[in-house]
Design a binder for this molecule. Structure first.
Ligand code: SRM
Ligand code: SF4
Length: 566
């Protein structure tokens, strides 16, 4: 017997929204408040932005009975994270004039602007559009920004992969003209012509949907963490197709073991010309079978675990003209980015720039401004919150080098720091339980002091922190994961694979900075002494019995005993 459960509130809002219009346009005219109507704050996500308030000021303003300090976070859609120097200058100008003066690179190869007042939303959107950029479907129950490996040093393969990311993104975009009407004042659809959403459906997807494309041996996009990933298979120097990975996802809720992070499953292989069709059909299976009553159970990973992987594969194959073939062999070695100069084809070179937690401001912003003004190459945002200055022609390399040096952007960074990521968290994220971006750099400094003692300063260990269990910095596939519980307190996870293929496990619950350093220091010491040739920290802690190996999302909580349980 099928039990019909009531639809979630968001389904009602989407259904009543006239294809994502709601009353957003009207809300922009209400100068008496910095906020939008409640229902509209759900719809604005599909337009690429969130209503937030400054949490550092919340208590004080509450005491003074003032409205919260509302502002907005706007996220761009930049498939594969590639922008031109001219577009970079446009983004920077908007960040200075319409937002809080910083550019925040995200874990999905795009930019977030923070601190935008309501009256600045439309000018910001129009400014982006003038530079051929947009924010459509950057958030909301849709396919999000499609991310791709960053490998300009392999120009032919990279062009194919980044083009595919763009084509999938465009193919899966909502068809509604709501964004253009509200932000660009485009005329309403002429003669009441009926708009439709042939792929996403008129109530869009049950939940967000995320796609990534990787080029082995680098898993710099974390293919096992997304709803759908494609792993390029290269034979004789050409991409012959893609392995298809489904059902990855990070989010969970403390104390609710029915929510869990899940590493994706490799379910087959498709030829390059079928990749868009495969993406579309997987999205439509999720559209039709995803849970629309409980948003905490609505991601593809739960759809798959509910119906079983075999059933899911057969649903996908039923919708495909061709069928998925058996997956091909592949091998990943790391999830990290390449830093410094890398020589490329035809005399061009590429510079991987470390951006701590993706936040660009101050001297770094000035340096990148000067480099963008040279008008050469491309700015490529990575899924590790860093930036690659790609395709710098030989004749411009010296100028770029000089500007990097003049702004202190060419300094070496230790192995732990360059493998670190933190989500935004406080003060803007409404869901943060603890600090992340503002805290991880200091904690890394303390850990570096310990690593130094054991000769490990340059060893790469992935460490990722989030201010809550939603997993925005993908902490559950890192070797060291830190997940916020309350201010100053984190759960410590260990044992993810360095190349991102395995979830980690809870090692210590509710630890503060001192306890984190105390817990990790002896492990660093024993790893330095006992590691086998090339053994990674994440593999060592499993071999040494510090934590058990996790094989699937469902057993993620297996070792949560009464003592350490959530
Ligand atoms: Fe995220 C919600 C920031 C990547 C899982 N995420 C949020 C919000 C919008 C908070 C909110 O809903 O009010 C955060 C805004 C913070 C702020 O002030 O800017 C936020 N997420 C981010 C970013 C900026 C983190 C970063 O520091 O880079 C990343 C933006 C990506 C982008 O450009 O699109 C970001 N979020 C991720 C990822 C990683 C990824 O996609 O590769 C994940 C885990 C993968 C996944 O989706 O499973 C992720 N974010 C979530 C979740 C949990 C979803 C779930 O299935 O449970 C939420 C909360 C939600 O959706 O209810 C969330
Ligand atoms: Fe906010 Fe949590 Fe995402 Fe961090 S992980 S940005 S605290 S939702």
């Amino acid at each position: 017997m099928v039990i019909e459960r009531p639809l979630s509130a968001n389904e009602r809002i989407k259904s009543a929204s006239n294809l994502l219009r709601g009353t957003i346009a009207e809300g922009l005219t209400h100068a008496e408040t910095g906020a939008l109507a409640d229902d509209d704050t759900q719809l604005t996500k599909f337009h690429g932005f969130y209503q937030q308030d400054d949490r550092d000021l919340r208590a004080e303003r509450g005491k003074q009975r003032m409205e919260k300090a509302f502002s907005f976070m706007v996220r761009m859609r930049v498939p594969a994270g590639i922008v031109t120097p001219k577009q970079w200058l446009g983004i920077e100008k908007l960040a200075r004039e319409r937002a809080n003066g910083t550019i925040r690179l995200t874990t999905r190869e795009t930019v977030q602007f923070h601190g935008i007042l309501k009256g600045n939303l439309q000018p910001l959107m129009q400014g982006l559009h003038a530079d051929l950029l947009d924010t459509i479907a950057a958030c909301g129950d849709v396919n999000r920004n499609v991310i791709a490996t960053v490998a300009p040093w392999e120009p032919l393969l990279y062009a194919q992969i980044s083009d595919l990311a763009r084509d999938i993104s465009v193919h899966l975009l909502p068809r509604t003209r709501a964004w253009h009407e509200i932000w660009l004042n485009e005329e309403k659809v002429a003669g009441g012509a009926i708009e439709d959403e042939p792929i996403l459906g008129r109530t869009y997807l049950p939940r967000k949907f995320k796609i990534a494309i990787a080029l082995p041996p680098h898993n710099d996009v974390d293919v096992f963490a997304h709803d759908l990933s494609l792993i390029a298979i290269v034979e004789n120097g050409a991409i012959v197709g893609y392995n298809v990975v489904v059902g990855g996802g990070m989010g969970m809720t403390h104390g609710e073991p029915e929510t869990y992070p899940r590493a994706g499953d490799v379910i087959g292989f498709c030829k390059p010309e079928h990749a868009i069709e495969v993406a579309e059909k997987i999205v439509t299976v999720q559209r039709d079978h995803g849970d629309r009553s409980n948003r905490k159970h609505a991601r593809l990973k739960y759809t798959i675990d509910e119906m079983g992987l075999e059933q899911f594969i057969s649903f996908v194959n039923e919708r495909l003209v061709m069928k998925l073939e058996p997956a091909r062999a592949y091998r990943f070695v790391s999830t990290g980015d390449r830093f410094g100069w890398v020589d490329g084809a035809g005399g061009a070179a590429h510079f991987g720039l470390f951006v701590e937690n993706g936040r660009i401001k101050g001297r770094m912003m000035e340096g990148l401004h000067a480099i963008a003004e040279l008008g050469v190459g491309r700015f490529v945002m990575t899924a590790n919150q860093n930036l690659v200055l790609a395709d710098i022609p030989a004749g411009s390399r010296q100028d770029v080098e000089a500007l990097l040096a003049a702004h202190g952007l060419d300094q070496p960074v230790g192995g732990l720091r360059r493998s670190a990521m933190a989500c935004v968290a406080l003060p803007t994220c409404g869901l943060a339980l603890a600090e992340s971006e503002r805290y991880l750099p200091d904690l890394v400094t303390r850990l570096e002091d310990q690593l130094e003692r054991f000769g490990l300063r340059d060893d790469e260990i992935t460490i990722r922190m989030t201010g809550c269990p939603n997993g925005c910095a993908r902490p559950y596939v890192s070797e060291i994961g830190l997940v916020g519980r309350t201010p100053g307190v984190y759960n410590l996870y260990l044992g993810g694979a360095h190349e991102g293929s395995r979830l980690n496990k809870l090692h210590r619950r509710d630890v503060d900075g001192d306890e984190i350093v105390a817990a990790l220091t002896p492990l660093f010491e024993s790893w330095a002494k006992e590691r086998t040739d090339g053994e990674r920290f994440g593999d060592y802690v499993i071999r040494a019995g510090i934590v058990q190996e996790t094989t699937a999302g469902l057993n993620f909580h297996d070792n949560l005993s009464a003592e350490v349980g959530n």
